[in-house]
Design a protein around this ligand. Structure first.
Ligand SMILES: Cc1ncc(COP(=O)(O)O)c(C=O)c1O
Length: 444
């Protein structure tokens, strides 16, 4: 075998198989980013792009923040890597403590992963391990929700509820069911904050529990606010009902807070925003401002204690983990990020900016093609009327037009999603909204 492939020469666009991307379309007209600072990206040609999405819902403190950059640089030069299995390094414990400090009360055990996807699959395994440890190993079914997104690993894909993501990979994990999504355009269009209608959608959980029998159900997993499927805000009272039903039947509630974690709603977690403590909470992204890949599962102390105490003395209690769990550089970025959140009071800032963000977003109500606007904290969703016979096309074209006009917005189908860094200022909000208005006006 040749050691170097003679058909591969200079760097081209062809070799990178891009994730969740229309590869052929992108490579015909690439949109590249080369530099970032604060609220902005710059293209390789030096064109400024205002970041309306915090990268991918993740750069909550703004880009290339100096304290984070310096912490990672220092750590890279001090110790690049340390094995996390039956070994440790001090930053891992400090990082877990920093996360526990902002976690809901009673949820103080932190398991590190490298992504939201790994966090979802880890939480699913924890739920099963917990029931096994307490003597109910038959509790294995996991209930997700239609239009839910829990990443792309086997568990997350299967409990996820986005049909396109599941279609090519049917029934990968046995024992999964779904409740309906909370989306109800007919009754809730243009709601500001939590919609008034739809708490009763949580009642479907009782039906599924009766169908499968509680003795077989391990957990319910939902995003408290569904992001990736198009910013679906939970109706008032819905999550309380879901939590009460889980509690009543001894079923664990997993909140997937990969998007909502670390200030997006103006509180550390959505759990605080909705005043509901789940049993397991998954997070990633803004945990360390996305500077180095990292995720985590935060567990109720009782779950950790139950799993740990069920194992014989000296045995590994939970046979799960990643080579890069608590990677030193990711931990250094986490500690610098969490300090920045506190020093700059960024969660409180998000809370203070949320009403302005809401008002600006809803001023697009009369913009061309708009059929709904949704918002919560510093998250916005603008739903466009799909073009006949070409669902998703108008959303993608709006995304491209905004990018060409210097603003990054995300399109998911025909929904534009906004989630700018929490350092956003009034002028940025105005520019985002006006760019979207102009882009939609020129769009067929
Ligand atoms: C709610 C939720 N869960 C899980 C994930 C997957 O995270 P990752 O892409 O880091 O694997 C995402 C990603 O956007 C997400 O929004």
């Amino acid at each position: 075998m040749k050691l170097e492939n003679p058909s591969v020469h200079a760097a081209t666009l062809e070799h990178f198989w891009m994730p969740f991307t229309a590869n052929r379309q992108f490579k015909a007209a690439p949109r590249l980013l080369a530099r970032a600072e604060g609220m902005f990206y710059w293209t390789p040609e030096g064109r400024e792009v205002l970041d309306g999405t915090a990268g991918l819902w993740c750069v909550n403190a703004g880009h290339s923040r100096k304290p984070i950059v310096e912490a990672v640089q220092r750590q890279a030069a001090t110790m690049d890597y340390a094995p996390p299995f039956n070994m440790g390094h001090p930053l891992a414990f400090e990082a877990a403590t920093a996360v526990a400090r902002v976690a809901p009360v009673g949820m103080e055990r932190v398991f590190f992963t490298n992504s939201g996807s790994e966090s979802a699959d880890t939480a699913i395994k924890m739920a099963m391990a917990y029931h096994r440890a307490r003597g109910e190993p038959s509790r294995r079914i996991i209930i997700g929700r239609e239009r839910g997104y829990h990443g792309v690993n086997i568990g997350g894909t299967t409990v996820g509820g986005i049909p396109g993501n599941r279609k090519a990979f049917p029934a990968m994990m046995a024992g999964v069911d779904h409740i309906r999504s909370t989306h109800d355009l007919a009754r809730n269009a243009f709601s500001k904050g939590q919609p008034a209608h739809g708490a009763e959608f949580a009642d479907e959980l009782e039906r599924l529990i009766a169908f499968h029998d509680p003795s077989n159900i391990a957990a319910v997993i939902v995003e408290p606010m569904a992001g990736s499927a198009g910013v679906l805000i939970p109706p008032k009272g819905y999550l309380d009902k879901l939590a009460a039903t889980c509690r009543k039947h001894g079923i664990l509630l997993i909140f997937d807070e990969v998007i909502t974690g670390f200030g997006r709603l103006g509180t550390p977690f959505a759990a605080h925003y909705f005043n509901i403590t789940p049993d397991l909470l998954t997070c990633a992204k803004a945990i360390n401002n996305a500077a180095i890949p990292m995720g985590a599962v935060i567990a109720k102390n009782e779950i950790y204690d139950t799993i740990t105490n069920a194992a014989p003395e000296g045995a590994i209690e939970f046979l799960h983990g990643y080579t890069y769990s608590a990677h030193p550089m990711a931990c250094s970025a986490l500690l610098a990020t969490q300090k920045l959140y506190v020093d700059e009071q960024l969660f409180a800032r998000a809370q203070a900016m949320a009403p302005k963000f809401e008002a600006a977003l809803h001023s697009l109500r009369d913009a061309r093609h708009v059929i709904d606007i949704r918002n919560l904290g510093i998250v916005g969703g603008i739903e466009l009327e799909p073009r006949a016979g070409a669902v998703g096309r108008r959303g993608l074209e709006a995304h491209i037009r905004c990018f060409e006009a210097g603003v990054l917005v995300r399109s998911t189908g025909d929904i534009l999603a906004l989630s700018p860094p929490l350092i956003i200022e009034d002028a940025h909000i105005e520019r985002i909204v006006e760019t979207i208005r102009t882009a939609l006006a020129g769009l067929e």
